[in-house]
Each structure stands twice: as structure tokens, then as C-alpha cells.
Design a protein around this ligand. Structure first.
Ligand code: C2E
Ligand code: MG
Ligand code: MG
Ligand code: MG
Length: 292
């Protein structure tokens, strides 16, 4: 299949086009089969979304959730995103996959609303490649129109990699998304080419402090200092902060003390399937009814 070979060759980042031949290395052959598999998986929609709550550290109520993709592979079982997102990016299949995620989240939100459930905004991870392709906003508008969802229920999580590209284009995309009513989070904050300048240039709604910093709470003064500074800076700039990967009560206490808006992590819940998440959400609502 020439298409696949072309996809793959493009992914190699070279200008020469390679075609599949039986003499290719095993590794290449493996990759080739995997791309084939992935294309088929997209056609057959072999993916599922898990949802991980974002919780208010003061009240422990669910205020949002992040949709995280898994590949329900017919032979290999449930595969985490690290196993296929890099290849999807390399081959541009991430565009179709990303659009599937947006559509699926919108359908899910509609289902919750139609069922009379109380819901929270759901965030979607948008890869840099998808973010930078011109048709993101128009595709989004199309999906929103099809599913008839109020965009206030959606958030996009982008990484710093998306911001270091063509500045004018990035600014236009962010502004167009914000005009569409989509909130924007800067994911994995502090790990990439973080520049404080970005926070001034691009008006994001949330910063997500990367798990590596949260991990180091109570073991590294430097990391604690960085977290405190991020929280202080964000507060001054009126950006809300989400802490990723919160696993212990000690970490929660620290974040609460320094006024972190939301926490996400195994302490509260791992990413769970839609049924389990709906249950968490309804429990969180019961809790609110009892306590306020
Ligand atoms: P991310 O967006 O930074 O997501 C956070 C990851 O940390 C998730 O891994 C989540 O399960 C994990 N995590 C959350 N809390 C904890 C914790 O307390 N402890 C530990 N050890 N881990 C925690 P996951 O689901 O494997 O996703 C990994 C990455 O794959 C994501 O990082 C994101 O970059 C990417 N990804 C996931 N879903 C999508 C998607 O739909 N589209 C795109 N483009 N990328 C996605
Ligand atoms: Mg994320
Ligand atoms: Mg993250
Ligand atoms: Mg991450």
C-alpha cells in the first residue's frame, strides 16, 4: 500500500519518498504493520476515552475532567496513549484521531445532558500538529454544530510545543478558539520550552503544573519553590492552576496552602471509563447536596 509507505516516509522527516519492500528491516516492518493497524483502528473506531476528574482541593468536588484516549486493540487489549500517539503524530494520523476525540467528547456531553445529568467541563488534549493545522477551528465549529453542544463544556489542553511555532498563527488560533467559547489549558507546564513570555502573549485560562514538580513536593526545596512561584505568578496574571499527578495528602496540603485551583491525580481518581466517571460525578453531586 503506497499510501502507508508515503505516510511513513513523510514521518521520517526527509524529502525522499520510500516505498515498502520485503527487504526492509524488521523494525521498519514492525512500524509499517503498526501504521497499517492504526489506520484500520481509526476507520473502525477501536478507541475509547477514559475520564480523570479535576477536583477542587478545598471541597473535593469534581469541577472538571480530562478525556484520555486508549486503544482497545483487538489482539493486544487496551493500549495507553504512549504506545500509539507518537506514531500517530509521525504519520499525521493524529489529525483524524484528534478529530475523533473531539467528536466523541461532544457526543458524550450531549448524552450526559440528554440524560439530565449534572456535568462538568471536559478537556481534550490537542497535539501540536493538530493545533497548527489550519482547519482546527472550522472542524471544531462543524462538530459543535453537528452535536449542538455549548462550547462552555469544552477545554483544549495544548503544550508549549504548540506555542513555539509561527507566533502570529498561534495567536490567531488561540483567539479564534477563545471566541468560539473554548477554554485553553497549557499542559505539562514547566517541562518544555517554557517561557514566561508566553503567558503574556497568549492568554490561556489554565496552567497545568507537570507531574514531575508535584512528585518532588516534600523532597525538593527547589521544586517547591518553582511550584510556589508558578502559583503566585498565575494568580497575579489571573490564570487558574491545575496540579497534575497529585498522589498524596501531603501534596494536596501543600497545594491547598499555596492556593492551587484544581488538583488531578491518583489521590482522587485514576482515569476511569465513562460508566465509572458518571458514577463519580453523581456521587460528587450527592456530596454537594449534603454538605452545602
Ligand atoms: P497528559 O495530558 O499530561 O495526561 C496526564 C497523564 O498522567 C495521563 O496518562 C494520566 O493517566 C496520568 N496521571 C494522572 N494522574 C496521575 C498520578 O497521580 N500519577 C501518575 N503516575 N500518573 C497520573 P495517560 O492517560 O497515559 O496519557 C499520557 C499522555 O498521552 C497525556 O499526557 C497526553 O499527552 C497524551 N494523550 C492522552 N490522550 C490523548 C488524546 O486524546 N489526544 C492526544 N493528542 N494526546 C493524548
Ligand atoms: Mg493533558
Ligand atoms: Mg499533562
Ligand atoms: Mg504529560
Amino acid at each position: 500500500n503506497t499510501d502507508i509507505a508515503l505516510y511513513r516516509a513523510k514521518g521520517l522527516g526527509k524529502n525522499n519518498i520510500q516505498f515498502y519492500t520485503p527487504s526492509m528491516t524488521t523494525e521498519f516492518h514492525q512500524q509499517f504493520l503498526m501504521v497499517n493497524d492504526l489506520m484500520k483502528a481509526i476507520q473502525e473506531e477501536q478507541f475509547i476515552l477514559h475520564y480523570q476528574p479535576k477536583v477542587d482541593p478545598k471541597t473535593r468536588k469534581i469541577k472538571g475532567a480530562e478525556a484520555l484516549i486508549r486503544w482497545n486493540h483487538p489482539e493486544r487489549g487496551i493500549l495507553p496513549p504512549d504506545h500509539f500517539i507518537p506514531l500517530a503524530e509521525e504519520t499525521n494520523l493524529i489529525i483524524d484521531l484528534g478529530d475523533w476525540v473531539i467528536g466523541e467528547v461532544c457526543k458524550q456531553i450531549k448524552q450526559w445532558l440528554d440524560g439530565g445529568n449534572t456535568i462538568v467541563p471536559i478537556s481534550i488534549n490537542i497535539s501540536a500538529k493538530r493545533f497548527l493545522k489550519d482547519d482546527l477551528v472550522s472542524k471544531l465549529q462543524m462538530i459543535l454544530a453537528e452535536t449542538n453542544i455549548d462550547p462552555k463544556w469544552l477545554e483544549f489542553e495544548i503544550t508549549e510545543t504548540s506555542l513555539i511555532q509561527n507566533e502570529i498563527k498561534v495567536l490567531a488560533t488561540i483567539n479564534a478558539l477563545k471566541e468560539s467559547g473554548i477554554a485553553i489549558s497549557l499542559d505539562d507546564f514547566g517541562t518544555g520550552y517554557s517561557s514566561i513570555n508566553y503567558l503574556k502573549k497568549f492568554k490561556v485560562d489554565f496552567l497545568k503544573i507537570d507531574r514531575s514538580f508535584i512528585n518532588a513536593i516534600h523532597s525538593s526545596f527547589d521544586d517547591e519553590a518553582i511550584i510556589k512561584s508558578i502559583l503566585y505568578l498565575a494568580q497575579e496574571l489571573k490564570i487558574k492552576v491545575v496540579a497534575e499527578g497529585v498522589e498524596t495528602e501531603e501534596q494536596l496540603d501543600f497545594l491547598l496552602k499555596h492556593k492551587c485551583s484544581l488538583i488531578q491525580g491518583y489521590l482522587f481518581s485514576k482515569p476511569v471509563d465513562v460508566a465509572a466517571f458518571s458514577q463519580l460525578l453523581s456521587k460528587s453531586n450527592d456530596w454537594r447536596r449534603i454538605n452545602t
